[in-house]
Design a protein around this ligand. Sequence first.
Ligand code: ADP
Ligand code: MG
Length: 452
Amino acid sequence: MKDIEAVWQEMLSMLEVEVNSLGFDVWIRPLRPVKTDDDVLVLSSPTEMSKSEVSRRYLPFLKRALHEVDGAPSELVLIAEEDESDNAKNSAANISAVTRTVIETNKPVASTVNPKYNFANFVVGDCNRYAYAAAMAVAENPGTVYNPLFIYGGVGLGKTHIMHAIGNAVRMSKSHLKVLYVSSETFVNEFIESIRNSKGMNNMSFRDKYRNVDLLMIDDVQFISKKQATQDEIFHTFEALQSAGKQMVFASDRPPQDIPDLDSRVRSRLASNLIVDIQLPDLETRIAILQEKSQAAKANVPYNVLEFIAERVSGNIREMEGVLTKVIFLSRLSERKADLSMCQEALNDYRVQECDEITADEIIDCTCRYFNVAKADIVGKKKNKEIVEPRQIAIYLITELMTVPLTSIGEFFGGREHTTVMHARDKISAQVNSDGKTRTAVNDIKAMVLRK
Ligand code: ADP
Ligand code: MG
């Protein structure tokens, strides 16, 4: 059996991707692998409270991560650190006598679909109505109505959630169907692995895996850009599944025509049936989503607190959820009802601090790199469309990510009037809602700036 620390490190690297970053830092990272024996991995949590939080929120995640690690135990026990000193020396059988949570693991039926995301907890608003309707139709009649279904939209707006919801619905109502969800990264890695090991067999088993399913969902498909061999493989997988009447669902941060360096055969297949987008949620939808999340966490968060968060975090539901997670954490820790001061604290370390460090120069640099234009042009006098649009987007991002007076922004751009700055800001802000290309550009540049 594998070394306990190695198992845990592998699990951590999977969990880091799956769990939102705040949840990961607050709940998962503090866990310690204590020992493995009798096919049981014992994880210790610092306190009783954190143990019960971890078991309530993250059991399915831990369970799935454990499944994925080769040579790992098949069962998992959570204990609180208080118990650890007494029990770590005992066998797994003895641990059953102490306070603990056992996670049943039923190897080897690991599912790639996350039970946490379903239609019941997906909040429908104007921003995602079409995507929701299309996903429901696909879940009810896979392989018939909309095949393939292509869902696109900005980061953290619910694409992955809706794919898992399709998978869960199909697994519930048509349990005989084989459902496979993968990120395009997994697809690429497994494909490369299959080539590396190719003595014939592994390549076959890769193909078997992807061509013998009734529902194949590939997430974040924009990442296959430039990967010619993977694109070929997706093309052939596509053809095989389509001719067998099997359902495919793809998600991406942009529509097929905007994915660069994509083989035209693949592009046309991806776009060959229904394409739906998910837009930024309006305030009401954001509040409804927070209500859903706080109920799911069994936390009684007052409405004004949810509204406060929803008003301040608008571009990414995952971030908004992160702030809520922190507020709930602070409220549980202090054993007080969640209030606005906790929101302020959560917002402080979540975003505002990040934004404080951002400079106008960085935003302008990232915008120039994204559009491949010269900085001198963006801050200069040129009025052609290729320059004006990036300039306006940079201005918009500065107003969004920084707190600087409009007149100072004008100064960054060669002494432009504050009315020009206002005009640029309002124009792009409207375009973000109405035009997918602008939205993608804004989100991508924002991600570049925040990643720095
Ligand atoms: P994406 O794949 O588009 O980047 P995700 O599907 O991972 O985004 O969603 C990010 C987080 O936001 C998830 O926790 C998800 O549950 C939540 N979320 C997004 N949209 C909704 C919605 N309409 N209702 C409930 N939760 C949502
Ligand atoms: Mg996603």
